[in-house]
Design a protein around this ligand. Structure first.
Ligand SMILES: N[C@@H](CCC(=O)N[C@@H](CS)C(=O)NCC(=O)O)C(=O)O
Length: 210
């Protein structure tokens, strides 16, 4: 059994999406960010960083969205969301997942939580720098998809494409959205057409970027 602690649209979204895709039994536990439930003593015992996602698998609490995504994809090889360990496709998979996790995702953290970087007095400059660097990442990924797409790993869709789609969704409030890059737009359209996306939206009660 899987229990996912989530907040609608947050980094937990990709884990929720994969649980649906992999047809796993799961229970959702909503954390109310308004009342800072993610910082409650009970939740901090599960996730000392006070963030989502936390996925409890058979009683063990695990964190970090990309680590969870990799574990879920590897545990259900029949779905083909992760290339075989040791293959060159696997090396590309690691490359793109870590690019998304280390490069793109932290820039979004800076955009949405700019005071964390350099205090309230500097939020505008932090947001502006983050935005420019996010746009440079979209340019890099779009050029890659143009040459080597349609997916991050070429002809083969992988768990990395789910993560990329979640990050693209986060750009909907930025001056220039990811879908303004044509290859990213085509990829997002294909991902949104999956039946799992509809169920994800229903269960998280999302409507923006449908
Ligand atoms: N590296 C973590 C980052 C998770 C993260 O920053 N989650 C955000 C939502 S997207 C969160 O829980 N924010 C609430 C807070 O920081 O209080 C992961 O990928 O799991």
């Amino acid at each position: 059994m899987h229990t996912l602690y989530y907040s609608p649209g947050a980094a937990s979204l990709v884990i929720h999406w994969l649980l649906i895709e992999l047809e796993l039994p799961y229970e959702l536990k909503l954390l109310d960010f308004e009342s800072k439930q993610q910082k409650s003593p009970d939740y901090l015992k599960l996730n000392p960083s006070g963030v989502v996602p936390t996925l409890v698998i058979d009683g063990e609490a695990l964190t970090e969205s990309v680590a969870l995504l990799m574990h879920l994809a590897d545990s259900h090889p029949s779905k083909g969301f992760a290339p075989p360990v040791g293959s060159i496709e696997r090396a590309r998979y690691y490359q793109w997942l870590l690019y998304l996790a280390n490069m793109v995702q932290p820039l979004f953290r800076n955009w949405y939580y700019p005071a964390e970087v350099a205090g309230e007095a500097n939020v505008d400059v932090v947001k502006d720098c983050s935005r420019k660097r996010i746009e440079a990442c979209w340019q890099t990924i779009d050029e890659h998809l143009a040459k080597n797409g349609p997916w991050l790993l070429g002809d083969r869709m992988s768990a990395a494409d789910f993560h990329l789609t979640m990050l693209m969704r986060w750009s909907r409030n930025l001056p220039k959205q990811a879908i303004e890059w044509p290859n990213l737009a085509r990829m997002a359209t294909a991902m949104k057409a999956r039946p799992s996306f509809k169920r994800l939206y229903e269960e998280e009660q999302l409507s923006e970027w449908a």
